[in-house]
Design a protein around this ligand. Structure first.
Ligand code: PEP
Length: 248
C-alpha cells in the first residue's frame, strides 16, 4: 500500500495563543482539500488553545517533546497523559535543536520514542548529520548510530515517522537538493530494512526537513522515498498551506 504523505509544521518557540489562533483560522479553509496528513507541532503552553482552534479541520495537533515517565519530579517536562488530554496525536522526538542545545542523546531519544509509542501517540523521530559530518563523509555512520540507538527495542517501526533533517539545512535557507534528500532517505529506509525487515521499512513514513518551503516542496515531494516534510519557518505563515497542497 502506498504511504500517505504527511506534512507537519514545527512552530518551535514561536507564536502566541492569539497569533496561533489567527494563523490556524487562515489555514483551515486553505487546507480543506488536502490529500495528505497534516499536523502542527506547537509549543506545549499553546496546546489547549490550539486544540480548540484546529477542531473541525484536517489539522492534527503535535507536541515538540515528551518525557518518558508517566509523572513525577521532572520539573519543566510534559507527560503523555497531559498531551492526550488535549487530543495531541504526534510528538517530535530528538529534534536537532534539542540534541544541540538541551543535551538530548540517542539514549534519551530512545526512552522518549518508546514512551510515545506505548501511549499510542506517533513519534516523529528526527535524525540528521551536521555539515562537518557530511563533509567528512560520516553521514551514513551518524544516521546508523541515531537509528540503531534511537529506535532500540521498538516493536513496530511502522507506527513511527522518521524526519531526516540535515542540521546544515535547518533554518539556514540551504535546502538539500532533491537528489541529496532522496539518496539519504533511501539509505535510511535501507537501514530500517536491516533493523526491522524491508517489508516494515517500506511502510515507514520518512519526511524531509530543512528549509522546505512553498517553492521547493514539489521537487522534494516528487522523490520516491520522501513521504512528507517537517516544516519550521514556513509553518509560521500561510505558505504552510501551499506545501500541504503540493499535489495540486
Ligand atoms: C525544523 O525545525 O524541523 C525545520 C526543518 O526548520 P526549517 O524549515 O525552518 O529549516
Amino acid at each position: 500500500m502506498a504511504r500517505k504523505p504527511f506534512i507537519a509544521g514545527n512552530w518551535k518557540m514561536n507564536m502566541t495563543a492569539e497569533s496561533g489562533k489567527q494563523l490556524i483560522t487562515e489555514l483551515k479553509p486553505l487546507v480543506k482539500g488536502a490529500k495528505c496528513e497534516v499536523a502542527l507541532c506547537v509549543p506545549a503552553i499553546l496546546i489547549p488553545a490550539m486544540s480548540k482552534a484546529v477542531k473541525g479541520s484536517k489539522i492534527k495537533l503535535g507536541a515538540q517533546n515528551m518525557h518518558w515517565a508517566e509523572s513525577g519530579a521532572f520539573t519543566g517536562e510534559i507527560s503523555a497523559e497531559m498531551l492526550k488530554e488535549y487530543g495531541v496525536k504526534y510528538v517530535i522526538i530528538g529534534h536537532s535543536e534539542r540534541r544541540q542545545y538541551f543535551g538530548e542523546t540517542d539514549e534519551t531519544v530512545n526512552k522518549r520514542t518508546l514512551a510515545v509509542l506505548k501511549n499510542d501517540l506517533t513519534p516523529i523521530v528526527c535524525v540528521g548529520e551536521t555539515l562537518e559530518e557530511r563533509e567528512n563523509d560520516k553521514t551514513k555512520s551518524v544516521l546508523d548510530k541515531q537509528l540503531e540507538e534511537g529506535l532500540k527495542d521498538v516493536e513496530d517501526v511502522t507506527k513511527l515517522v522518521i524526519a531526516y533533517e540535515p542540521v546544515w539545512a535547518i533554518g539556514t535557507g540551504k535546502t538539500a537538493t532533491d537528489e541529496q534528500a532522496q539518496e539519504t532517505i533511501k539509505y535510511i529506509r535501507k537501514k530500517l530494512g536491516k533493523l526491522f525487515g524491508s517489508k516494515n521499512a517500506n511502510k515507514v513514513k520518512i519526511q524531509y526537513g530543512g528549509s522546505m518551503n512553498a517553492k521547493n516542496c514539489k521537487g522534494l515531494m516528487a522523490q520516491p522515498d520522501i513521504d512528507g516534510g517537517l516544516i519550521g519557518g514556513a509553518s509560521l505563515k500561510t505558505d504552510f498551506a501551499t506545501i500541504v497542497n503540493f499535489e495540486k
